[in-house]
Design a protein around this ligand. Structure first.
Ligand SMILES: *Cc1c(COP(=O)(O)O)cnc(C)c1O
Length: 376
């Protein structure tokens, strides 16, 4: 059997029991398990609020939608972003007719504060930071820049489920305005598709509950406890259908119990990789800060002949990936090509190593051996 690059591990029997509860109760929609999950997530992370979504992508859209509306941002106002990410990060900016302005990345492949500083104009309203592969990078410095220039800071924490810094979840740091997590099928906390949005300000969290559910200002669950007046809700805003459901939350609640121990295993595998590549001067490992608390959604190398290595490993039953192509290479973002030289250069050499719960130490050693065989 060949080795996959990302492969989720589901705690099948427990997940089925949790889903069965929804089916037997006749409650698969919003409420019930989604509320349980929101409470568990707040307790786990320390966020003051949490709203369970059908994906991270919709959460990023909600973040820009609400900030734009509430703060009076105009079409064409600018958001500084990274080219090394999944396209949802940047699409979310375009959904609201805002303009993505790409800044370069640093050694962690996260936004480089120096380049962010240079990209600020009088139209800049916000910065979106991606915790690449679970890394924190220089988020602290970015927060300071945002405070100085009165910019909002959105944290795309799609890779960051479980990452801490000195025991604290970076999304809860003072200066992060909104944090959006992903529980998509191959993320560290895997469901099918779902996500969560956590605001620093309660007023935006409250608004999220309405706008993410078609603008309706009371959810079904609380209405169902109010007798014959259940139908009597109001609609304040044109909203979207972005809420998550109890089936996904039922799975997420089970998966959450194992998140920390699974992240610990990820760090163990990363240590094996690092030892295995330490003496190969042609390989550079993408570093992480707060290494002992990084959830390592991804572990990447930069190698001279990336495409050759991908092919060689694939022939040997090892399927690796690339995270990510420089987004400015895509037709949609092509007008920004050349603005981020480091991102452009490094993305041509990046290869994502297999990292998941199904790998044995022997698997990892075999992968290391094959990589070292080719890269020399
Ligand atoms: C996966 C991912 C997303 C999108 O998450 P979904 O839950 O699939 O919508 C956004 N940003 C990054 C960096 C991702 O890796």
């Amino acid at each position: 059997m060949s080795i996959q690059v990302l492969k989720p591990k589901f705690h099948v029997e427990e997940c089925l029991d949790s889903v069965r509860e929804c089916l037997e109760n006749g409650w698969t929609g919003m409420g019930f398990k989604t509320i349980q999950f929101e409470n568990s997530w707040m307790e786990y992370t320390g966020h003051k609020n949490a709203y369970f979504l059908n994906s991270n992508t919709v959460g990023l859209h909600l973040a820009f939608h609400i900030l734009k509306r509430e703060l009076g941002w105009q079409d064409g106002d600018e958001v500084i972003t990274t080219p090394i990410t999944f396209v949802s990060t940047n699409h979310a900016i375009l959904y609201e007719n805002l303009k993505p302005v790409f800044a370069d990345v640093d050694e962690y492949l996260c936004l480089d504060p120096n380049d962010v500083q240079k990209k600020i104009t009088n139209k800049t309203k916000a910065v979106i930071f991606v915790g690449y592969g679970g890394r924190i990078g220089k988020l602290k410095e970015i927060i300071n820049i945002c405070k100085t220039h009165n910019l909002k800071l959105i944290l795309d924490a799609a890779h960051m489920s479980g990452t801490r810094a000195d025991g604290v979840f970076p999304g809860t740091w003072d200066g992060v305005d909104v944090t959006v997590y992903s529980y998509q099928a191959v993320k560290n906390l895997a469901t099918g598709d779902s996500g969560c949005i956590c605001w620093a300000e309660d007023k935006y969290a409250k608004l999220t509950r309405e706008i993410a559910w078609c603008g309706i200002n009371k959810d079904t669950y609380s209405r169902s406890n109010k007798g014959t007046y259940a139908w009597k809700y109001d609609v304040d805003n044109i909203g979207y259908k972005y809420n998550g459901n109890s089936i996904m939350a039922a799975i997420a609640l089970v998966q959450l119990k194992y998140l920390d121990s699974e992240n610990e295993r990820r760090r163990e595998i990363v240590r094996l990789y690092e030892d295995g590549f330490r003496n190969n001067s042609l390989i550079s490992v993408v570093p992480a800060n707060f290494k002992e608390e990084c959830c390592y959604h991804l572990f990447e190398l930069a190698v001279p002949d990336r495409d050759g290595l991908l092919e060689y490993l694939s022939k040997n039953g090892i399927n690796c990936g690339v995270h990510y192509r420089d987004n400015t290479e895509y037709k949609l973002y092509n007008s920004s090509k050349g603005l981020c030289p480091r991102a452009h250069r490094v993305s041509q050499h990046l290869i994502t190593m297999p990292l998941h719960m199904w790998l044995t130490n022997d698997d990892v050693l075999r992968i290391i051996e094959k990589v070292n065989e080719f890269v020399r």
